[in-house]
Design a protein around this ligand. Structure first.
Ligand code: UGA
Length: 440
């Protein structure tokens, strides 16, 4: 099938590459000409395991083409995916101007009937607006289909090939069937519904996952106070299949380009129909507090962070990505700098992106060893394998005082106890520190 994908951000690029991989002829277009030039050479602008290899092989097979937006025509294109950005505005709502601009351009450029598939996360009702815009500008028949994306950064290729479901929201069964057929080689169950429900499935899914995270973080905070261990608690809860064992990892809160944005947008969407989404507002509030938790623990431990050399290990919002959007490390670095600490930061991949978003006072290092040298405290913020596997005795040897604040529970309590290192984590007892022990 001849497919165009408008927008080569995370979603668009992965979608285009994977559709090419299953045998379609895909043209990915973007207004960012420098990015297109890079993509044409087989270089991925984002770090995503496996993506560049698939890009290169499909460029070679000639079923993947990258094109500047201004050179684009939709001649003989049967399906056009819209996957442009929907950035968050000040009031939490999604900015849809890129979506509507893309819709207008499609209307001007199509030469034959086409199905427009929206991959971008858009508020309920947007697909209908897209259809209206296109219909107002052209008499060529188009159908609009909502096909929300469920891939995670860092495992995007795997998620695309092994997803749990493909959701197709359409007005007409014929259009839904075309998109179902197009996706058949993925071998993933398809769920067909109406457009509004498909749009809502996306927001509902992300909001529910964010709720799971804030819920387990609240449980973790209570665990610390009552002397329970969140790792065991989450495991024991997750063994109940009604609860499920995923997204129950306590930590320093969720970040990234999706959960923070989509939860706020859903609160707004609910507000627009005069429904106050109390639960989701609390989820957001809990997350904001959780991002500050390690700094609170450090303040409690040291009394005052002024002049303290603090190493931040891991900066990306999660491992296997260079994405710094809404990363907890940003909030934590800002708080530490405000408290007068000297922050030294390291990340395997995200360091270049981090330079643009962390406070200018932050010093960057090229290895864990360099970052913790002479430090009085180490904050673990992203559970990269490199960090999880870093030997505990090295903290003891290299740091000025080996005190770890582990926001991702990377080390087992047993190992830390043996090491003699002072250790504070999430939802577990503090180790080798004579803090108040809860009475049982
Ligand atoms: C999320 C969803 O998981 C995808 O299904 C969805 O397609 C995507 O948003 C999107 O809307 O585009 P993503 O943001 O890439 O994917 O990453 P996640 O793996 O969901 O992690 C998000 C944040 O939650 C990270 O900061 C992570 O550290 C945190 N998290 C995740 C936890 O703190 N605990 C967990 O148990 C899981």
């Amino acid at each position: 099938m001849n497919i165009s994908v408008v927008g080569t951000g995370y979603v668009g690029l992965v979608t285009g590459v994977c559709l090419a991989e299953i045998g379609h002829h895909v043209t990915c277009v973007d207004v960012d000409e420098a990015k297109i030039a890079m993509l044409q050479q087989g270089k991925s602008p984002i770090y995503e395991p496996g993506l560049e290899e698939l890009m290169k092989s499909n460029l070679q097979k000639r079923n993947l083409v990258f094109q500047r937006y201004k050179d684009t025509s939709y001649e003989s294109v049967e399906v056009i995916y819209i996957s442009v950005g929907t950035p968050q505005q000040h009031d939490g709502t999604a900015d849809l101007s890129y979506i509507f601009q893309a819709a207008e351009d499609i209307a001007y450029k199509i030469t034959q009937p086409a199905i427009i598939v929206t991959k971008s996360t858009v508020p309920i009702g947007t697909n209908r607006k897209i259809k209206k815009i296109i219909k107002s500008k052209t008499s060529i028949p188009v159908d609009v289909v909502s096909n929300p994306e469920f891939l995670r950064e860092g495992s995007a290729i795997q998620d695309t090939f092994r997803g749990d479901r493909i959701v197709i929201g359409a007005d007409h069964p014929e259009a839904a069937s075309v998109i179902e057929d197009l996706n058949r080689p993925f071998g993933i169950p398809v769920f067909k519904t109406d457009i509004e429900s498909a749009e809502m499935i996306k927001y509902g899914s992300n909001a529910f996952l964010a709720t799971k995270i804030s819920f387990i973080n609240e449980i973790a905070n209570i665990c610390e106070k009552v002397g329970a261990d969140i790792e065991d608690v989450a495991k024991g809860m997750g063994m109940d299949q009604r609860i499920g064992n995923q997204f129950l990892k306590a930590g320093i809160g969720y970040g990234g380009s999706c959960f923070p944005k989509d939860t706020k947008a859903l609160v707004q969407i609910a507000g627009n129909v005069e429904h106050e989404f109390h639960l989701l507002k609390s989820v957001i509030e809990v997350n904001n507090q959780q991002q500050r938790l390690l700094v609170e623990k450090a303040k409690e431990r040291f009394g005052n962070l002024k002049g303290l050399r603090v190493a931040m290990l891991g900066l990306a919002f999660k491992p296997n990505t260079d994405d710094m959007r809404e990363a907890a490390s940003i909030v934590i670095a800002e708080e530490l700098v405000r408290e007068g600490a000297h922050v030294v930061a390291y990340d395997l991949i995200a360091i270049e992106n981090a330079r643009h978003v962390l406070p200018m006072e932050v010093e960057f290092k090229n290895s864990i060893e360099e970052a913790i040298t002479g430090a009085s405290a180490a904050f673990i913020l992203t559970e990269w394998d490199e960090i999880k596997n870093f030997p505990l005795n090295e903290y003891k040897e290299i740091m000025k005082t080996p005190i770890i604040f582990d926001g991702r529970n990377c080390y087992s309590i047993g190992d830390v106890e043996i090491s003699g290192i002072e250790y504070f984590s999430i939802g577990r007892k503090s180790i080798n520190h004579n803090m108040k022990v809860p009475s049982k």
